[in-house]
Design a protein around this ligand. Structure first.
Ligand code: IMP
Length: 398
């Protein structure tokens, strides 16, 4: 059985923990989009470990695939592998020969562009690397080992008017080659490798990064990341046909958070927001930025369920809301006087219409059951996993 995991909100739903929890049952964990903008937190033997590029399952000795749909900063990857080795685990990974690299030039561009566009990106060079891919001036992993690497870097510099010196271009090419050579043994045509593995009955967990509302097509454009983070990203970002995805699980937090700019209809401001942020320890895993926080939004979850074909949901951080007298949940939007069950293309003018239920004190409280049943009724998906803490033990299968 091959399972896809996707985020249902704006990221940081707790995908790292759920992937880590489920990865025991799979042979391979494969990432299909994004790069070091992701921050997947896993608790391993009492230590908090943060992954940015490696699929979270590598800590459990699983084979990790970095698919062609990713943009990879090789130096960062090398450092992350070192971190895993220090924990006593030798990471087993394969890197797609067709994945694109993030160079230091893409990072510079990300810094410069975000000064103007003000998306509030993670400054990891993600957007510029994907832009280069689509403008056909990108550099793939396989291209590092070709003779014309300097020419490619020069083109990138010229097109973006970076005015880099010969010396800077030579240095970047040299460093890319050096790191690339160290990783050459892990480079593979992963789309064929992975399809063969599935054909010989190996099971795969497809690990989504970011989330549905950061998707370049379905998210709150332009406040999105630059890749398809939804289920279609698996097909193009790993070369896996839809028929090989057996089940889709969505990860949703019991409330909503967002890092960076962009519309957020259920956002909580002031003291209430502050309290929720502190209780949930809502600070970015990649940038350390305080996350914006708000009520659960079922309009978003309903849409994410439809576009991803989500059958099951893992609901995380229900413990953070415990002790609250009443819990507010957005059931629909009112946008320019019209009621909406699904988010329109622009949600800037949408006001949430709330339903309120009694809060819960503990995991067995029947009010928590009512909360879960409401999510199931409104999305049509089954809440299969409930997570109430960072460690693997704080998880219930329903
Ligand atoms: P980028 O992916 O760095 O280009 O950033 C684009 C937007 O996506 C910004 O609002 C980021 O804060 C957000 N973003 C990117 N990756 C993550 C993530 O892993 N979790 C939450 N937000 C993210």
């Amino acid at each position: 059985m091959n399972l896809a995991i996707v985020g249902m909100q704006f990221g940081d739903e707790g995908k790292g923990k759920i992937v880590d929890f489920l990865s025991e049952n799979f042979d391979i964990v494969a990432r299909f989009s994004g790069g070091s903008n992701a921050g997947h937190t896993v608790v391993y033997e009492g230590n908090e470990v943060k992954f940015h590029l490696l699929p979270s399952g590598v800590l459990r000795g699983k084979i990790g695939i970095l698919g062609n749909g990713m943009v990879i900063d090789l130096k960062k990857l090398q450092r992350e592998m070192e971190m895993v080795r220090e924990l006593g685990v030798e990471p087993k990974i394969l890197i797609s020969s067709r994945a694109h690299v993030v160079t230091s030039f893409h990072r510079i561009l990300d810094e410069m562009e975000d000064e103007i566009i003000k998306i509030g990106t993670t400054k990891q060079g993600i957007g510029p690397s994907y832009a280069a891919k689509h403008t056909r001036i990108g550099i793939r992993i396989a291209d590092i080992f070709q003779g014309d690497l300097e020419k490619k870097l020069k083109l990138l510099s010229e097109i973006h008017r970076l005015e880099l010196s010969e010396e800077e271009i030579k240095k970047e090419a040299r460093e890319l080659k050096e790191t690339g050579e160290k990783m050459k043994g892990m480079v593979e045509d992963t789309e064929i490798w992975l399809n063969n593995a599935i054909d010989s009955r190996k099971s795969v967990l497809f690990e989504g990064s970011q989330a549905s509302f950061l998707d370049i097509d379905f998210g709150t454009y332009p406040y999105v990341t630059s890749s398809n983070t939804t289920v279609g990203g698996i097909v193009t970002g790993l070369g896996i046909p839809p028929s090989k995805i057996d089940k889709v699980m969505g990860i949703a937090k019991a409330y909503t958070t967002r890092v960076g700019a962009g519309p957020f209809p259920t956002e909580l401001h002031g003291e209430d927001g502050e309290k929720l942020r502190e209780r949930g320890r809502e600070y970015g895993a990649t940038t350390g930025r305080p996350r914006r926080v708000g009520h659960l939004d079922l309009v978003l979850l309903r849409y994410a369920t439809v576009i991803n074909g989500i059958q099951e949901i893992a609901l995380t951080k229900v413990d953070v809301l415990s002790g609250m007298k009443r819990v507010k949940i957005a059931i629909k939007y009112e946008c320019d006087g019209e009621k909406k069950r699904f988010p329109p293309a622009n949600i800037n003018n949408c006001k949430p219409v709330y339903e309120e239920i009694d809060g819960w004190d503990n995991i067995e409280d029947k009010n928590l059951q009512r909360f879960i049943e409401l999510i199931e009724k409104e999305t049509g998906a089954k809440v299969k996993i409930v997570s109430y803490g960072a460690s693997r033990e704080d998880t219930i299968m329903r």
